[in-house]
Design a protein around this ligand. Structure first.
Ligand code: SF4
Length: 66
């Protein structure tokens, strides 16, 4: 099973905490919204879970990518 991160845009406050916690897969666009790149590989699963948990607006989820 592979995983990716999904952003709930209406809930996201564009402060960028997730990009600090998971820079391997998330960077910020010019407005500060997170851009997710690629899937979450097993070695990044712990960091991805931590980033989702740390999101202060519950706008970031770890979801199955198939
Ligand atoms: S931590 Fe949450 S609220 Fe902040 S930029 Fe990331 S998804 Fe948006």
């Amino acid at each position: 099973m592979t995983w990716t991160m999904r952003v709930d845009w209406p809930s996201c406050a564009a402060r960028g905490l997730c990009a600090e916690l998971l820079p391997e897969r998330i960077h910020l666009d010019e407005w500060g919204f997170p851009v997710v790149e690629g899937t979450v590989t097993p070695d990044l699963l712990g960091l991805a879970k931590a980033a989702a948990t740390a999101c202060p607006h519950r706008a970031l989820r770890l979801v199955s990518a198939g």
